[in-house]
Design a protein around this ligand. Sequence first.
Ligand code: SF4
Length: 618
Amino acid sequence: MSRAKTDNVAQSKYFIPTTRAEMQARRWDELDVLFVSGDAYVDHPSFGVPLLARVLEAKGWRVGIIAQPDWNDPAAFQVMGSPRLCVAISSGAMDSMVNHYTAAKKVRNDDAYTPGGRAGKRPNRAIIAYTAAVKGALKGVPVIIGGIEASLRRLAHYDYWSNKVRRSILVDSKADLLLYGMGEKALLEVVTQLDSGRRIEALTRVPGTAWLSPVALSGEQLPAFSALEHDRAAYAAAFAQVQRSGQQRLVQEYAGRYLVVNPPAPALKQQELDDIYALPFTRRPHPAYTETIPAFEQIRWSVTSHRGCQGGCAFCAISAHQGRLVQSRTPESVVAEVERIANDPEFNGTITDVGGPTANMYATSVRDLTRCQRCERESCLYPRICSNLDLDDTHAVALLRRLRNIGGVKHVYVASGIRFDLLAHQPGYRQELLHHHIGGLLKVAPEALSPGLLKHMRKPAPELFETFLHQFYATQRQLGRRCGVVPYLMAGHPGSTLGDMLNTALVLRRNHLKVEQVQEFTPTPGTLATCMYYTGIDPLRGENVAVCRDPHERRLQKALLLAHQPAQHKLVREALRRLGREDLFQQVSGTAERSGSAPSAKVRAGKRKKGKGRNPRR
Ligand code: SF4
């Protein structure tokens, strides 16, 4: 063995094994569970596959990870032999099609979850390709699929890239079982049962899983795939049916077979969540990698304080995947993790983020859980904040104070997104944030500032954004700080018209805000907005929704939000001409301001990069 290889094996004893040599170093002749991932192996709790592998390892199972194997080479899947219990497959932190293509369906030439940021290390429709490869290379081993790609494609779903309704990914992949949601509880239960000698076909009642039955079963009966494959109205009705089905078992027919989606797994208890984040993650990529992994560089010194999101924004896959109930770690658990980071010899003193899908939901709770279990609302925050939510910010404030007083920690930043409508009810958190925890810019995501469109997005009204701005600047003055606001905006969402973008541009201008980047809506699998995009119907309201599918009009929408950029002026003039409002050119483009008539805050929007999130499990 070469010197470099020997060093790698020595260092890798702290990692989950990825090769036969690393298994042998642990004196293992066989694995119990083999994970296959579309991402590089980064041993950090923000990465789903390593987290699940650590959870199983902590219970005594022998687990291995094959990261980004060549899906055309059976040998790549055989490096650690056949596992005793099962193979668990994930596309990685992102759906592979979202990872590979832009909103305009252009091929991306980078991949934040791969060494060197290079594209091409995972297949399109990774779950299907990996399952086929594993079934060929490791014959007879049960195959379980999970992660965001499997989770959000578990039922018949519209696929933007093939522009058609596809079958459940369990049917298309021919895997034996599908896990949806965050997965820890379902995976532990499945592996426990397999280890007790039960066959995979017998695992029909595990919460948080989906399976194929040869016979019809009782449960909430969804329209058969054949009935909604070409019928948009039926598809929209089925989407609404799923949203309103609560905790029921769902059944959907596929040519004489029946997809059965069991009710979701129960949320992790606080202690269970704490236990996961106390596992021995090295917070480093596997030592075999010689190049940096962009997503890792971004989240290396970040800490997840909670999961789940109450927002229910129509376009968001996070709340669809993580669930609406916020699950928070104890302050002691978060403090212990930051203390471990502070003791890392490579730590530079800055915690880059403490948060979750929405930072200011940490330790918020519900007053009456039984109300939530009966609830049919689409969002806890839209159209108004639910009276059952307890938005007490004292725990979050106390946590931030404890974290910044840990020895070796110079800065603790909150880089996760903030819900500004919640912040209005959290004066203590707002003050703490502004005083100590933002590096000059606060990221908020109004997404648009036009009432008609916000209704389709399930986002708060523009007045609430302006109220937030006034409170923000008042707190700043009180603290003697100067910070900016970064509004994240989206063009091309279902319901979005040129008029909505003009309204948004005018609110921006009125508040002296400029953005440098605008996200284009991508119809990702499984979201409410994707259903609207495909069907032209808001399925939960039964209303028709205008959908902008013309790429040029999408460009015009974007241009109105970026109207201060001279490169956009031609498109801005065209958009205003179409609206019959050419008189507003100077106002929306700010050319009047540049000639000296109005002040302009130097607020620059951050770039929403692919894989930018502090939490790649989103
Ligand atoms: S009752 Fe309120 S807090 Fe609970 S799920 Fe419904 S909207 Fe959310």
